[in-house]
Design a protein around this ligand. Structure first.
Ligand SMILES: Cc1ncc(COP(=O)(O)O)c(C=O)c1O
Length: 368
């Protein structure tokens, strides 16, 4: 189905950048630059300097970036790692794949970890916390870092949705021992397939992750540990380098569209909006998703579909209520409530203002 207002539009983004993308792919292919070549190195440098951190290691996804961060930090069997259920499942999956135990805390109204509930779940087995900067808004890192420091806990940021977002002027991904980003095609900066990166200021951690992503090979013939096939693909890195130049303008555009939504929707009392973009305050949000809480959410989604507007409902079943995952002992009232209410409206930079206004008008029509 072709929507009047699509949630993502990969063909249009490609059309806009076709010349540059085709040129860079042709160049890499002509040189045979396929595995761990200069494009990966350049992308790692670009990302590290964008965030203001010392090291960046390209891997094949944010999921692996999380797994490798935990492993490299020495987390494993018997350890507890605190995170949220209001996330993409990968955050929790990573903890499980390291043999550790996920401890889930509830989120606040901003959909991020509720720092006031965090202290209650810290035990003597807690080794790390994974804050998730959800929807492009950074968690309250001041509160979190104070707690982490007091209890001597490792912080690994899941910044998959927050490239470019800031808290107190500091970028998401520059607070923790390491941070993990996704370049899944629908992300703020999207590859042509899967891609991810780990960022850190810790030289030893960066070195361990370089080994983990490439079979533990220190040099061609020297193996120093068991690793994985999880290198950032060189062609993906080449395309990401092209797109990186546009990231600031895409963020600006997302913020502008979010401001239009805010202005157009704030007088409907049946919905709850995210905060509008601030130019001064503590939070610089990048709106990876524009998520609202809506009364009669499922009916609204159907209505918008009939109007040819594509929306997304993430986690309609909260992750901890997915029976097979065996996490149902957690009691997370906000997470459970939000699963019934949240809906993401389209906000890609490729949308024009009249498309956003059409969404606004349709939501007004729905609520009468
Ligand atoms: C919050 C969060 N964490 C982790 C991931 C996993 O990213 P990837 O698909 O690159 O493994 C995603 C992807 O959607 C995400 O949104």
């Amino acid at each position: 189905m072709r929507y009047k207002v699509p949630f993502v539009n990969y063909p249009l983004q490609y059309k806009n950048l076709k010349k540059e993308i085709d040129t860079t792919i042709t160049r890499a292919l002509s040189r045979g630059d396929l595995i761990l070549r200069s494009d990966v190195e350049k992308f790692e440098k670009n990302t590290a300097s964008f965030l203001g951190v010392k090291y960046a290691v390209g891997v094949n996804s944010c999921t692996d970036s999380l797994i490798f961060s935990l492993r490299a930090a020495g987390i494993g069997k018997g350890d507890e790692v605190i995170t949220v259920a209001h996330t993409f499942v990968a955050t929790i999956e990573a903890i499980i794949h390291c043999g550790a135990r996920p401890i889930l805390v509830d989120v606040g109204d901003d959909y991020n970890m509720d720092m006031d509930k965090l202290k209650a779940v810290i035990t003597n087995k807690t080794k790390a916390i994974i804050p998730v900067h959800f929807n492009g808004r950074v968690c309250d890192m001041k509160k979190l870092m104070t707690i982490a420091k007091k209890h001597n806990l490792i912080l690994i940021e899941d910044a998959a949705q927050a490239l470019g977002a800031k808290f107190d002027g500091k970028k998401a991904g520059s607070f923790g021992l390491s941070s993990c980003f996704s370049f899944y095609p629908a992300k703020l900066l999207g590859a042509l397939g899967d891609a991810g990166i780990v960022c850190t200021n810790n030289k030893i951690l960066a070195k361990k992750i370089r080994l983990l992503r490439d079979h533990g090979r220190e040099t061609k013939n020297k193996l120093v540990c068991y690793g994985f096939t999880s290198r950032l693909d060189n062609l993906q890195a080449a395309v990401l380098n092209v797109k990186f130049k546009y990231l600031p303008s895409w963020i600006k555009r997302r913020r502008k569209l979010a401001a239009i939504y805010h202005q157009g929707l704030s007088n409907i009392n049946k919905i709850f909006l995210p905060p509008p973009p601030q130019s001064k305050g503590r939070f610089f949000d990048v709106y990876q998703n524009y998520v609202i809480k809506a009364r009669k959410r499922d009916k609204l989604a159907l209505f918008l579909k009939e109007k040819s507007i594509e929306t997304i409902i993430s986690n309609p079943i909260p992750i901890h209520h997915q029976k097979s995952l065996k996490l149902s002992h957690f009691n997370l009232p906000n997470t459970e409530q939000f699963a019934k209410e949240v809906i993401s409206l389209p906000l890609i930079p490729e949308l024009n203002e009249s498309q956003i206004k059409y969404v606004i008008k349709s939501i007004h029509t729905f609520y009468g």
